[in-house]
Design a protein around this ligand. Structure first.
Ligand SMILES: Nc1ncnc2c1ncn2[C@@H]1O[C@H](COP(=O)(O)OP(=O)(O)OP(=O)(O)O)[C@@H](O)[C@H]1O
Ligand SMILES: [Mg+2]
Length: 276
């Protein structure tokens, strides 16, 4: 089955979409087949992968009337990265899904046949910056959650909110197998503050934090206007080097987990006392 990883943080602008498109591209370069699922009505992952958002070409029709989802999978600017685009109508899906029975598991049901088809090794979900229905549906459908976190002072607070939500998804039964894949620190610049934040997050969350820290670079901001992940747009820039290293680390962790009995080797979870 495909491994579904939701890239989530309810805070806006922390590097979710940049992480989604670059992780997808790096995994593809390492020989994996990847499907990106853009769940954010802003459609930044869609345009960042060189695809123009179009009404009707998203998960929206499938989410509200269970139509066939294969129709909306498209190719992207990156080889071996496919995409289910987002569209602005997805914003309305929040309200429509909320009215449906078992509204938490709509996305999980829609994704089920794609996961079982085993075409994609990874399904990477770009979540919107909110704690709404689309994000909770992503968490209910995912195997794991990857949390990008900006190297700035209030980042920790945001992290405890998402960690708390993951904990509730697990203990409340909505998704008992969900775990935090890891925390990736983004937009690092060599300042005392950034160093302190990284150190603080590491001391709190230990091995959950990836060794690679993604540096801040103007290249990362330029790449989306060319419809490319920065690893394709400027492969030798430091930010790309960061994403290549991070992608390799991500895959290593995945492979180590797969080679062990997952039941006894879930990544460490933050202690409940740390949760918001
Ligand atoms: N490493 C980086 N260096 C410099 N700029 C970056 C970096 N990563 C992301 N950015 C820029 O920061 C902005 C926010 O990044 P991104 O869109 O990935 O965040 P997000 O969490 O998906 O935002 P949203 O919550 O709005 O969906 C974008 O303009 C992006 O190009
Ligand atoms: Mg985004």
């Amino acid at each position: 089955m495909s491994h579904v990883v939701a890239v989530a943080n309810q805070k806006g602008g922390v590097g979710k979409t940049t992480t989604v498109v670059n992780l997808a591209a790096v995994l593809a370069s390492l020989g994996k087949t990847v499907l990106v699922l853009d769940l954010d009505p802003q459609a930044n992952a869609t345009s960042g992968l060189g695809v123009e958002p179009k009404a009707g070409v998203s998960l929206y029709p499938a989410l509200i009337d269970s139509s066939v989802v294969d129709d909306v999978i498209v190719g992207t600017s990156v080889e071996n990265v496919n995409l289910i685009p987002a569209e602005v109508n997805l914003a309305g899906a929040e309200i429509e899904i909320a009215r449906m029975p078992d509204h938490l598991h709509g996305l999980a049901k829609v994704l089920e046949p794609i996961r079982h088809a085993k075409v994609f090794d990874f399904i990477v979900v770009d979540c919107p910056p909110s704690l709404g229905i689309l994000m909770t549906n992503a968490l209910a459908a995912a195997d794991s959650v990857l949390v990008p976190m900006q190297c700035e002072y209030y980042a920790m607070e945001g992290l405890s909110v998402i960690a708390g939500l993951v904990e509730r998804m697990r203990t409340g039964g909505a998704n008992p197998k969900l775990f935090i894949e890891g925390i990736v620190m983004t937009m690092y610049s060599r300042t005392k503050l950034a160093d302190e934040v990284v150190e603080q997050v590491r001391s709190h969350y230990g091995d959950l934090v990836y060794g690679t820290v993604i540096p801040r670079s103007v290249r990362a901001g330029e790449a989306p206007s060319f419809g490319l992940p920065v690893v394709a747009y400027a492969p030798s820039s430091p930010v790309s080097e960061g994403y290549f290293n991070f992608g390799a680390e991500f895959l290593d962790r995945f492979n180590i987990r797969a080679s062990l009995d997952r039941k006894v080797d879930l990544p460490p979870q933050p202690a409940s006392s740390n949760l918001a």
